[in-house]
Design a protein around this ligand. Sequence first.
Ligand code: SF4
Ligand code: SF4
Ligand code: SF4
Length: 250
Amino acid sequence: MKAAILTDTTKCIGCNECAIACKKANHLAPDSPRRWDAEDGLSARNWTSVVEGPNHTYARQQCRHCLEPACVSVCPVGALSKTALGPVVYDQSRCMGCRYCMMACAYGIPRYDWDQAVPYVRKCILCYDRIRTGGQPACTEACPAKATIFGDRDELLAEAHRRIAAAPGQYVNQVWGEHDLGGTSVISISNVDLSFLAPEHPAGSAPLPQTTALAMHAVPFAFTGVVAGMAGLNWIINRRMKRQTEGSDE
Ligand code: SF4
Ligand code: SF4
Ligand code: SF4
């Protein structure tokens, strides 16, 4: 199985239950308002949001869990990884806070948690712990309208095309995420153009890592040493903070 989420905006009633369930399931604290907060409602403490688009259409914003994720390809320390099941997950103990992932993501998804003392990049993780033990994401489980559903990617793609074919006047003839930038595990169908969700998204279906990897290889060798130094420094700081928390002096 390749895990995926299909959201059908024609069914969404904008109740926000998906976003509320995500915060609860992931123990996300209330947001502290900041002047640079994004209009799409995502933050380090909001991993998904419901955005109102044209014609009062409600669309979910969240990590797309790209099949070939640019965020993974640029991370110098392997803090982000694409699992075989589908979710793109994050290992905070490896992160050194360079925020390359935030710059590389064409959907503008990862957010930095400025309230943490150590580097912390936050985003939807497709409820990896829940789905690998046979469950479903909290957001899809909570949706009272079945507007956002969980399943196998191939089966959800077939369902998306079936709905469009059954009511062609009701949908734009497109499955967002089927091919975009190599395809994604979070896909959507809609009665309106959903490009407002990703205004920086480049056109085309070529995966971004092909470009970002080339760019990363072009980084001067000397910078690699700087990155290694930063990673080492980060490890030392983390270790000291851990020891302080445990009450021992170094
Ligand atoms: S949407 Fe962005 S953060 Fe999510 S997997 Fe794709 S590149 Fe990574
Ligand atoms: S899949 Fe899980 S982490 Fe992602 S938006 Fe849904 S509830 Fe939140
Ligand atoms: S819970 Fe379902 S109906 Fe409510 S906002 Fe989320 S996707 Fe839309």
